[in-house]
Design a protein around this ligand. Structure first.
Ligand code: AMP
Length: 302
């Protein structure tokens, strides 16, 4: 089943304690779409400038990502520059040039308006809402991401939007900021009071805590000996989750557990190289093999 994503499409420059990589393909919607494309047909709504290298477009097309909703606007593509700390978790944003993304007015093509699965990747809540408003019917499953910037500057819009989604995928620090609660379970429960049926709280290399009224569960991060670049981990985690749900067409509580484990697996590949490099080298069978390893990792004999 098809899965629609809206979010940023950008050119990133990333500095880690070891190295610096300039002008790589990035953006929340790009990472999400690439990850989800291992599982299902992805439809992308976003904006790029005239400077967007055609090689990136070709890469997305090679994943059969439907680019009918990709607008090419006059101006430059969104750019982001980030620097990771020694711990490879915390990062500072050194520069953000919103460029054409700053005035993005998403237009959902008619062919996408009946999508059963929707992910609102990181972006202004007012813009995320415009996508939901253009759909013919409420999708079977709507998930969204957000960030500290919107929690601080657009809290009212964010709260309105949260009433209309099934799941919020959010970092631990942002869940704390949104709710004013330190304990993640408490923060997750407070998020449920804002509207979503499920709060998926990301804890970086430590995995994720999933909070819902039907019970909670935790998934570990897949252990790695080396992390090269954590950029896009959150978006590809969400892409694995939503991609798997859309592929299976099953949003039951048990299947959500499998989906979240797939999210953890895709994210673990993302961080093993810069940009989409590691994901470009793998196939669905690699994800399935690592999924089995993750199951084994958490197997506890009775
Ligand atoms: P993640 O590491 O999963 O949080 O996602 C990183 C991606 O988010 C990078 O590729 C950036 O281009 C993109 N990004 C950074 N800041 C923003 C922003 N304010 N709005 C939308 N996307 C952003």
């Amino acid at each position: 089943m098809s899965l629609l994503v809206v979010g940023s499409i950008g050119i990133d420059t990333v500095e880690t304690p070891q190295t610096r990589r300039e002008n790589q393909l990035g953006g929340s919607a790009v990472y999400f779409a690439f990850a989800a494309s291992f599982y299902t047909r992805v439809q992308l709504v976003g904006v790029i400038g005239k400077d967007f290298p055609s090689v990136h477009r070709t890469l997305l097309e090679s994943r059969e990502i439907d680019l009918q909703g990709l607008e090419v606007a006059d101006g430059k593509t969104f750019r982001w520059v980030g620097r990771y700390h020694e711990n490879m978790i915390d990062r500072d944003t050194l520069e953000v040039d919103l460029n054409v993304f700053g005035s993005f007015d998403p237009k959902v093509p008619p062919a996408f308006r009946a999508t059963p699965y929707l992910f609102l990747a990181n972006g202004a809540p007012q813009v995320q809402r415009k996508v939901l408003d253009q759909l013919e019917a409420r999708p079977k499953f709507v998930a969204m991401d957000t960030m500290d910037l919107w929690i601080e500057t657009a809290r009212a819009d964010l709260k309105e939007l949260l009433k209309r989604v099934d799941a919020l995928v959010i970092n631990d620090s942002e869940a704390r900021m949104l709710t004013g609660r330190h304990e993640l379970l408490r923060a997750g429960l407070d998020i449920l009071d804002l509207g979503p049926k499920t709060a998926i709280v990301k804890k970086g290399e430590h995995g994720a805590l999933v909070v819902s009224r039907h019970g909670h569960f935790a998934v570990p991060g897949f252990p790695l000996e080396e992390v090269v670049d954590p950029t896009g981990a959150g978006d590809t985690f969400a892409g694995g989750i939503c991609g798997y749900l859309a592929q299976t067409g099953d949003v039951s509580a048990d299947n959500l557990r499998r989906a979240v484990a797939h999210g953890a697996v895709v994210a673990s590949y993302t961080v093993q190289d810069f940009s989409l490099e590691a994901l470009k080298r793998i196939q669905r069978s690699d994800l399935d093999a690592r999924f089995e390893m993750l199951l084994d990792l958490v197997r506890i004999p009775k």
